[in-house]
Design a protein around this ligand. Structure first.
Ligand code: 0WD
Length: 261
């Protein structure tokens, strides 16, 4: 129970397949009290039973594209928790037309703006809003993907947004370090979720991942959840500004082993 006495806010739990669901389960298992935000009314239907199962009745609407919505959501949270110990930012978005086709052909100024706003700036925006309520030894966590470091088909402008998110993690870590607030990211391997289904040929990504990854498989949301729980716990008190890969080793292998000739 290494998160006993920790209060953690979870964002981006769209349904039971969300990575945020795996994280919430692991954090609950380790004794954390949880609160959740949801993007809009439509998301509440899937979130409510999961939150209930995890002993939480704190469900707050928060659309991270709006400063007003973020402000209102923290005012709401304050009614339940005077202070808390961190949040998980599990939010990413780019318009569908940005994730289909050749990068140069499909990327637009508007698509770039939206992808960076929702997938990267929102992490800063949430940190800004949360800061006055964060306890000593708090931890913030976001979810990134290898597309920040290496190109791949169709991921396109999301790769740029994830690169921004990773830099964001380092700058937030530097900014909040003096308050003893840690900021980290998990770079997860591909997992079949709602957001992932927006990336064309995602199934092919999964099978290629299993071929090249040293562990010979993909990862689960539960595995990501376990690392997330650790990173937000005091056991990780010496870790900040770090991108931790939970990808069955995929990023460490240049070629599949069965290609050795
Ligand atoms: O393979 C994967 N699934 C990977 C996902 C590999 C590596 C990283 N990630 C990242 C994603 O990029 C994202 O940052 O993990 C994070 C969580 O993604 P997920 O669990 O794969 O996807 P999903 O279950 O769809 O949750 C993302 C949610 C949204 O769901 P949809 O699919 O309806 O957009 O992000 C939320 C929303 O609930 N979201 C927002 N929340 C508040 N305000 C907003 C918004 N404006 N936009 C999206």
């Amino acid at each position: 129970m290494f998160l006993k006495d920790k209060k953690i806010l979870i964002t981006g739990l769209a349904n039971k397949y969300s990575i945020a669901a795996g994280i919430a389960h692991a954090m609950h298992r380790e004794g954390a009290s949880l609160a959740f935000t949801y993007q809009n009314e439509r998301m509440l239907k899937n979130l409510a039973p999961i939150a209930n199962e995890l002993g939480s009745s704190i469900l707050i609407e928060c659309d991270v594209s709006s400063d007003d919505s973020i402000k209102k959501s923290f005012t709401q949270l304050k009614k339940h928790w005077d202070t808390f110990d961190g949040f998980v930012h599990s939010i990413g978005f780019a318009p569908a037309d940005q994730l289909l086709g050749d990068f140069v052909d499909v990327t637009t100024r508007e698509g770039f703006k939206i992808a960076h706003d929702i997938s990267s700036y929102s992490f800063t925006a949430l940190a800004k809003a949360a800061k006055p309520m964060l306890n000593d030894s708090s931890a913030l966590l976001t979810l990134t993907y290898l597309g920040a470091m290496q190109s791949l088909p169709n991921y396109n402008v999301m790769g740029l947004a994830k690169a921004s998110l990773e830099a964001n993690t380092r700058f937030l870590a530097a900014s909040l370090g003096s308050d003893n607030i840690r900021v980290n990211a998990i770079s997860a391997g591909p997992i079949k979720t709602l957001a992932a289904s927006g990336v064309k040929n995602f199934r092919k990504m999964l099978s290629q991942h299993s071929e090249r990854a040293p562990l010979g498989r993909t990862v689960t949301s539960e595995e990501v959840g376990n690392v997330a729980a650790f990173l937000c716990s005091d056991y990780a008190s010496g870790i900040t500004g770090e991108i931790t890969y939970v990808d069955a080793g995929f990023n460490t292998a240049a070629m599949p082993l069965n290609d050795k000739g």
